[in-house]
Design a protein around this ligand. Structure first.
Ligand code: RRO
Length: 285
């Protein structure tokens, strides 16, 4: 499947992923909010900004949750030609209460998606709190399971870096009833890469989420540890720097059931060709 945020915001992008000619078996949307927003893609004067850049071994972005709003992603899910593919809606919102409102719309439109992915780890919007990630996720998932006892979901996890953090997060996730999968990991927050004139991206002073090869060993470590710590019913997807069949194998060796392809989709070239190259050259199982 694609990683949420990469070539999955507009109807045209979703159609490409969802096309019969593309071997992605799951299509996931850009993380959405209740209403559409331009995020950091437009500055205060209405001019388009450079919010994404390739850097030597990966990417940096400060998209800021630019998306078409939940109603668009519901409508797309209800009207798309299924082509035997699953369709997941990634839900962010800018607060827990907004997440709940978005989820209510999803629940009120049965069949609009196969699963939701909850994104608690957007690196590019204003932090409302400074609590550890597992505390925020625990509070969020408890509330969501309370309000929607039958809603199954996946969670996009932030990259974590030591045993204490991993154990704390695993403990939170293992205590949830409706979690189906985790995706490891979202981009590394607040990287910076200089250009001749400030950073290579414009919003937030040039600071943004780092993806691609920089992320790969970090994601592999997260996948490997969670494979030990998480209840086996929780599927683990690897996400970070996947560009070759060997990358997929590396994630599988660490215990991933599948991968999400992110930064690579942002490079030149057809999204379908990239998925087809990976699936034609990767052993199944
Ligand atoms: O929109 C973004 O800036 C963004 C999001 Br929501 C996310 O989860 N990860 C990322 O790298 N960028």
């Amino acid at each position: 499947m694609n990683a949420s945020g990469c070539k999955c915001t507009t109807q045209k992008e979703l159609e490409e992923l969802n096309s019969e000619d593309c071997s992605a078996n799951i299509v996931i949307t850009k993380s959405c909010t209740l209403s559409s927003r331009t995020g950091n893609t437009v500055d205060e004067f209405g001019k388009n900004t450079k919010w994404f850049s390739e850097i030597p071994h990966g990417t940096i972005n400060s998209n800021g949750l630019c998306n078409l709003g939940i109603d668009f992603y519901i409508e797309y899910g209800l009207t798309r030609n299924k082509h035997n593919k699953q369709y997941y809606i990634s839900v962010a919102g800018t607060s827990l209460s907004e997440k709940i409102t978005i989820l209510r719309r999803i629940v009120n439109n049965p069949g609009c998606c196969d699963l939701v992915e909850l994104n608690f780890s957007c690196p590019n919007i204003k932090q409302e709190d400074f609590l550890p990630e597992w505390v925020v996720i625990d509070e969020g998932l408890k509330k969501i399971e309370d309000v929607f006892p039958n809603l199954k979901y996946g969670v996009k996890l932030p990259p974590l870096f030591n045993k204490y953090q991993w154990r704390s997060m695993a403990n939170v996730l293992n205590n949830k009833r409706n979690i189906m999968y985790v995706s490891c990991c979202n981009s590394i927050p607040n990287g910076y890469f200089p250009s001749d004139n400030g950073g290579v991206i414009e919003p937030r002073g040039g600071f943004g989420g780092i993806g691609g090869l920089y992320l790969k060993p970090i994601s592999l470590a997260n996948v490997k540890v969670y494979n030990k710590l998480l209840h086996p019913k929780i599927i683990i997807y690897g996400c970070g720097g996947v560009k070759t069949p060997e990358d997929v194998m590396d994630f599988k060796k660490c215990g991933a059931a599948g991968v999400q392809i992110g930064s690579w989709l942002m490079e030149e070239g057809s999204v379908a060709d990239k998925f087809n190259y990976i699936s034609d050259n990767t052993l199944k199982g």
